[in-house]
Design a protein around this ligand. Structure first.
Ligand SMILES: NC(=O)c1ccc[n+]([C@@H]2O[C@H](COP(=O)([O-])OP(=O)(O)OC[C@H]3O[C@@H](n4cnc5c(N)ncnc54)[C@H](OP(=O)(O)O)[C@@H]3O)[C@@H](O)[C@H]2O)c1
Length: 260
C-alpha cells in the first residue's frame, strides 16, 4: 500500500521513521531544504506537489498546521476519492470540519498524536469516521503502533485526549524541570540534576507500564513510614497539587473545544 504525507514536518517525520518500507512512501513538502533533508535521511520520495501524493497514495497523513488545511484540501479535493483514506493528525480539526474541507467521498480518520512519537514512544488516539473499513483502521493502527501506543476512541473524547496526552509532553517536561531545579537548589550540578530527574521519570513510567502495578500501591510501597519519600510526599500531596493538575488539563481541554 502506498502511504502519502501532506506536509513533512516534525510529526510527519516521527510517523515516517516508524514505517518499515520507505519505498512505499511519498511525501509532499513545500520547504525545499526540508524535502532534501528527508530524502537524504530516509531515502524517501519527496515532492513539492500535493497532487502527486493525492494521485499516488491510498492512505495519506494530513500533517500540516491547522491554518494550512483548507488550502491543502482545496488543491487535492478533486483527486481524492472513495478509495483514499486521509488520516488527519491536525489538532482541533474535527471530522465534520475535515468532511467540509475534503468532501463526502473520501474516508477520514482523525488522530491525536503526541510529540513522543519522534522517539517511537508516542501516544496516538484514533477515531475513524463513518464508513471507514476495518482494514483501513487496522492499517492506521499498524503504522502508528510502530511509533508508540495507540487507542481507538470516540471523537467526543478528543478534547480530553488533547489535554492529557497531546499536551502532556510539555507538562511532563515542566515537572522534570521543576525536579531538576529542586536538585540544583540542593547543590547538584544542573546536568546531573537533569539526568537524575529524567531517568527517574523514564524508569518509573517504564516500570509501571511493564508491571501494571496499581499506582496507589506503588506510591505507598515507596513511601515507607518515617522515611525520606514520605517526608517529601507531605509537601507534594497537599490538595493543591492534584487540583492544579486537574485545572491544567481542564484549561487545555477547554481551549481544544474552542479551537474545534
Ligand atoms: N507538535 C505536536 O506536539 C503535535 C501534537 C499533536 C498534533 N500535532 C499536529 O500535527 C500537525 C503537524 O505539526 P508539526 O509540528 O509536524 O508541524 P510542522 O513541523 O510545521 O510541519 C508542517 C509542514 O507542512 C508544510 N506545509 C504546509 N502547507 C503545505 C503544502 N500546501 N504543501 C506541502 N507542505 C506544506 C509546512 O511548511 P511551512 O513551514 O512552509 O508552512 C511544514 O514544513 C499540526 O497540525 C499539529 O496540530 C502536533
Amino acid at each position: 500500500m502506498k502511504i502519502g504525507f501532506f506536509g513533512a514536518g516534525k510529526m510527519a517525520e516521527g510517523i515516517l521513521s516508524a514505517i518499515p518500507n520507505k519505498r512505499d512512501v511519498v511525501m509532499a513538502e513545500k520547504v525545499s531544504a526540508r524535502a532534501k533533508e528527508l530524502k537524504a535521511r530516509y531515502g524517501v520520495r519527496v515532492t513539492d506537489d500535493l497532487k502527486v501524493v493525492a494521485k499516488a497514495a491510498e492512505l495519506i497523513f494530513l500533517a500540516v498546521r491547522p491554518q494550512d488545511v483548507d488550502a491543502v484540501a482545496a488543491e487535492v479535493k478533486p483527486l481524492v476519492g472513495a478509495k483514499t483514506t486521509i488520516v488527519s493528525i491536525v489538532a482541533g480539526k474535527t471530522l465534520k470540519k475535515l468532511r467540509a474541507a475534503f468532501g463526502t467521498k473520501v474516508r477520514l480518520v482523525r488522530v491525536m498524536p503526541n510529540l513522543a512519537l519522534r522517539a517511537k514512544a508516542g501516544m496516538c488516539a484514533i477515531c475513524p469516521g463513518p464508513k471507514v473499513p476495518q482494514a483501513a483502521v487496522k492499517a492506521v493502527e499498524a503504522i502508528l503502533g510502530g511509533a508508540g501506543a495507540t487507542v481507538v476512541l470516540k471523537e467526543k473524547d478528543f478534547d480530553a485526549v488533547t489535554a492529557l496526552s497531546g499536551s502532556g509532553p510539555a507538562y511532563f517536561a515542566y515537572m522534570e524541570e521543576a525536579m531538576a531545579e529542586g536538585g540544583v537548589k540542593l547543590g547538584l550540578k544542573p546536568a546531573v540534576a537533569r539526568l537524575l530527574a529524567e531517568q527517574t521519570m523514564y524508569g518509573t513510567a517504564k516500570f509501571l507500564r511493564e508491571s501494571g502495578m496499581d499506582l496507589g500501591a506503588f506510591i505507598a510501597g515507596v513511601c515507607t513510614k518515617g522515611g525520606t519519600t514520605a517526608a517529601g510526599m507531605v509537601k507534594l500531596a497537599a490538595p493543591s497539587f492534584k487540583k492544579t493538575v486537574a485545572a491544567t488539563l481542564a484549561a487545555a481541554a477547554r481551549r481544544s473545544a474552542e479551537l474545534a
